[in-house]
Design a protein. Structure first.
Length: 94
Protein backbone atom coordinates (compact mmCIF):
# COMPACT_ATOMS: atom_id res chain seq x y z
CA UNK A 1 0.00 0.00 0.00
CA UNK A 2 2.83 2.43 0.84
CA UNK A 3 4.44 1.80 -2.54
CA UNK A 4 1.21 2.75 -4.27
CA UNK A 5 0.97 5.94 -2.23
CA UNK A 6 4.48 6.89 -3.33
CA UNK A 7 3.46 6.89 -7.01
CA UNK A 8 1.83 9.74 -8.89
CA UNK A 9 -1.45 9.42 -10.77
CA UNK A 10 0.37 8.06 -13.83
CA UNK A 11 1.88 5.24 -11.79
CA UNK A 12 5.36 6.73 -11.88
CA UNK A 13 7.58 6.92 -8.80
CA UNK A 14 8.33 10.40 -7.47
CA UNK A 15 11.47 12.10 -8.79
CA UNK A 16 14.68 11.19 -7.01
CA UNK A 17 16.07 14.03 -4.93
CA UNK A 18 19.63 15.23 -5.52
CA UNK A 19 20.82 14.16 -2.07
CA UNK A 20 19.61 10.61 -2.77
CA UNK A 21 21.33 10.52 -6.17
CA UNK A 22 24.57 11.78 -4.65
CA UNK A 23 24.38 9.21 -1.84
CA UNK A 24 23.91 6.47 -4.44
CA UNK A 25 26.85 7.86 -6.43
CA UNK A 26 29.05 7.71 -3.32
CA UNK A 27 28.06 4.07 -2.83
CA UNK A 28 28.99 3.34 -6.45
CA UNK A 29 32.35 5.01 -5.91
CA UNK A 30 32.85 2.68 -2.96
CA UNK A 31 32.58 -0.30 -5.31
CA UNK A 32 34.81 1.30 -7.97
CA UNK A 33 32.06 2.20 -10.43
CA UNK A 34 33.11 5.73 -11.32
CA UNK A 35 31.22 5.71 -14.61
CA UNK A 36 27.82 5.05 -13.05
CA UNK A 37 28.64 7.37 -10.15
CA UNK A 38 29.33 10.18 -12.59
CA UNK A 39 25.97 9.62 -14.27
CA UNK A 40 24.16 9.91 -10.95
CA UNK A 41 26.20 12.89 -9.82
CA UNK A 42 25.00 15.17 -12.60
CA UNK A 43 24.11 18.62 -11.44
CA UNK A 44 25.64 21.97 -10.72
CA UNK A 45 25.41 22.19 -6.94
CA UNK A 46 28.69 22.30 -5.04
CA UNK A 47 27.86 18.93 -3.48
CA UNK A 48 27.30 17.40 -6.93
CA UNK A 49 30.56 18.87 -8.17
CA UNK A 50 32.42 17.30 -5.24
CA UNK A 51 31.03 13.87 -6.07
CA UNK A 52 31.84 14.49 -9.74
CA UNK A 53 35.43 15.23 -8.73
CA UNK A 54 35.66 11.89 -6.94
CA UNK A 55 34.06 10.09 -9.89
CA UNK A 56 36.41 11.69 -12.42
CA UNK A 57 39.36 10.75 -10.24
CA UNK A 58 38.09 7.17 -10.01
CA UNK A 59 38.05 7.09 -13.80
CA UNK A 60 41.60 8.41 -13.97
CA UNK A 61 40.68 11.85 -15.30
CA UNK A 62 42.63 14.04 -12.92
CA UNK A 63 42.17 17.20 -14.98
CA UNK A 64 38.34 17.04 -14.86
CA UNK A 65 38.52 15.96 -11.21
CA UNK A 66 40.56 19.04 -10.33
CA UNK A 67 38.18 21.33 -12.20
CA UNK A 68 35.10 19.89 -10.49
CA UNK A 69 36.77 20.02 -7.06
CA UNK A 70 37.94 23.60 -7.56
CA UNK A 71 34.45 24.75 -8.54
CA UNK A 72 32.84 22.90 -5.63
CA UNK A 73 35.15 24.49 -3.07
CA UNK A 74 34.92 27.95 -4.67
CA UNK A 75 31.13 27.77 -4.38
CA UNK A 76 31.13 26.23 -0.89
CA UNK A 77 34.44 26.37 1.01
CA UNK A 78 33.03 24.12 3.75
CA UNK A 79 33.28 21.21 1.27
CA UNK A 80 37.06 21.36 1.28
CA UNK A 81 38.43 17.83 1.56
CA UNK A 82 42.17 17.79 2.35
CA UNK A 83 42.52 14.09 1.47
CA UNK A 84 40.84 14.53 -1.93
CA UNK A 85 42.82 17.71 -2.56
CA UNK A 86 46.06 15.84 -1.85
CA UNK A 87 45.08 13.04 -4.24
CA UNK A 88 44.37 15.62 -6.93
CA UNK A 89 47.73 17.33 -6.55
CA UNK A 90 49.92 14.24 -6.13
CA UNK A 91 51.96 13.54 -9.21
CA UNK A 92 53.08 10.07 -10.15
CA UNK A 93 56.86 9.77 -10.34
CA UNK A 94 58.38 7.86 -13.20
Amino acid sequence: MAAVAAQDKGGRPPPVQEQDRLAAAEILLGVDDGEQALRLAGGESPQARLVQARAHLAQGDTKLARQAYRRAVEENPTLEDPELSARLTTRVRE
